[in-house]
Every structure is written in C-alpha cells, then in structure tokens.
Design a protein around this ligand. Sequence first.
Ligand code: TXA
Ligand code: MG
Length: 311
Amino acid sequence: MTIVEPTPEMIAHAGDLLIDGGVVVIPTETVYGLACNAMDEDAVRRVFEIKGRPAENPLIVHLSEAEQMEDVAVDIPDLAWKLAARYWPGPLTMVLRRGPEVPKVTTGGLETVAVRVPAHVVAREIIEAAGCPIAAPSANVFMGLSPTNAFDLDPEILVDVDLVVDGGPCEYGLESTVIDLTEETPRILRPGAVSRGEIQSLIGRPLGHMPPEEVRKSPGMYRRHYAPSSPVRLVDRGLQADEVGLTFGAAQSELQVKMPKDARAYGAVLYSALKQLDLRKPKAILVEEPPEGAEWEAVWDRLRKASANLL
Ligand code: TXA
Ligand code: MG
C-alpha cells in the first residue's frame, strides 16, 4: 500500500485500480472511504472483508453527478431530484429502490440502494476517472472510529488496500445524513451534516424517525458504533485535572482536548480527538456533554453510539 498526494497522475491511477477491481482509500468531505467499483461483486466482497463488516450491512454508492442515479436506482421520486438539486454534491445520502444492475452484495441483500454525490473534489475526480459508481463505506474497521485524516487510518486497513489517496483533513468529520425515500414518509436513518430541520423546511413537512425495532431497514444502525477501544463515558460536568477526555473548558493536561462550542466545528474534530486520546490507552475517555440544540443531533448520535455498552 502507498499513500499518495492527489496529483492528476495519481487520480488517474486510482481510477484504473478501481475499474480493475481494486480497493482504494479516498478522501470525502465527511470521512475517508474504502472505495471499490459498486458493480463488481468481487471487489465489494473484498471491501466487506477488509473492514470485517457483516454482509447484511449495505454500502453507500457514490456517484459523480445526480443523473447517475438512473444507473443504480428505479422509481426515483421527485423528492430525490429536489434534494439532489439542493444538497449535491454534499453530505446527504438517499435510500432509493435498487436498480437491477447493482449487485445485491453491495446493498447487503436489500431491494434498496443508498446513493450520494460527494463534494470533495478529489473524491469526485476519482469517481469520474473510474467511470463507474463507487461503493465506499467509511475506511475504518467495523464499529471503530471513521478516519477523518489519512494519518488516522488503522494499520489493519492500510495493509489490505491497493492505494491511499491523501486529501487532507475532512471538512465535516462526521458521516453523511442518511434519508430513506422508499416509504410514504421520508425518514432520517442516520443524522449527519445536513440537519433534519433544514430538510424539513425544504420539503415542507416533518420527517419520520426510525423506530428502534426496525433493524433490517438500516442494518448499520447498531447501538454501539463509531467507538474507540477505550470505553467512552458522557458526563454532565467539566473534567477534573487527572481525567482523560473531551472538554469545553481549558485542557488541563495533554490527556484532555478542548472542544469547539460550535456544533459543526465540534463534529469536524470529534473522531480525531477521540482517536488521539485512545492511542494513550486510558481506562476511560470522559466526554463533557454538549448542548441539546437541534444542530447537535449528529454529534449526540455519535457520542451515544461511542458510549453504548457492548452488552
Ligand atoms: O459520509 C459517508 O456517508 C461516508 C463517506 C465515505 O461517504 N460513508 C459511510 O458509509 O459512512 P458507511 O458504510 O460507513 O455507512 C453507511 C450507512 C450505514 O448506516 C448503512 O446501514 C446505511 O448507510 N445504508 C446503506 N445502504 C442502505 C440501504 N439500502 N438502506 C438503509 N440504510 C442503508
Ligand atoms: Mg461507517
């Protein structure tokens, strides 16, 4: 495996590798992705293997432009075109009815397919160079923290991939918002950079929530996820000097990280801050609870999942 800068030669090389069935780590504006040709069953199987991800957990298919939805989905509702026009390229993933050409391994056996057009210029250039839809889960080992920097990539991932394209730190740092458009009422399956409130005001009606028992609909919604190896605990107070964790106050040691008070800025550094502390193998990482406001929904979702018990 080699880590390369996104020069025009390397982007062309990444495209060639992808079309030949390779697996390439690519930067996106949310998190780094473990990319392969979404239409190539063997390549998709390799991605599942590298991540150690259960086969029923579907991948997001990345496109270079909205029109490509027609290559991978059927019965596309008007709302999908409306959302695409407003948010693409960008951190919104839409679940649609799967087109017949998309292998079922890619969609975890589902009759639906998740699609998005990423905004990161390097991601888009690589997808264009490959000339095919690109399946890309976050480039972490299953259940771990998604990498938001090339240097946060796990060694287990690095040894198994054909190429890593370094696109610098990710702008958002949290995964895309996933919205399901296959039912009567559109629903958010995973909160993310595009907020529920924004989408609701664009479409002029409330969005549904996912009932917790509906595991099959979004198999990626495990209770524990996005977690470092040290246990994470949420606390509704500031940190003491000898505690390890994330705080809104001043850091009192190198085992504390002062977090931004703005939700978007917080999300952008959350995973790398947890990763940095996790490397010191503390007994626990304490996280001072963020505010409750709507703009913190995605951050709260990730913190709850990072702090959920395995049992
Ligand atoms: O920001 C992102 O979305 C990043 C970058 C690389 O684009 N990708 C990402 O992929 O987070 P992944 O595989 O780590 O998460 C995809 C999520 C999972 O929760 C999965 O269950 C859900 O999307 N998903 C994918 N296809 C689905 C489908 N057909 N129906 C319901 N949920 C789906
Ligand atoms: Mg993931």
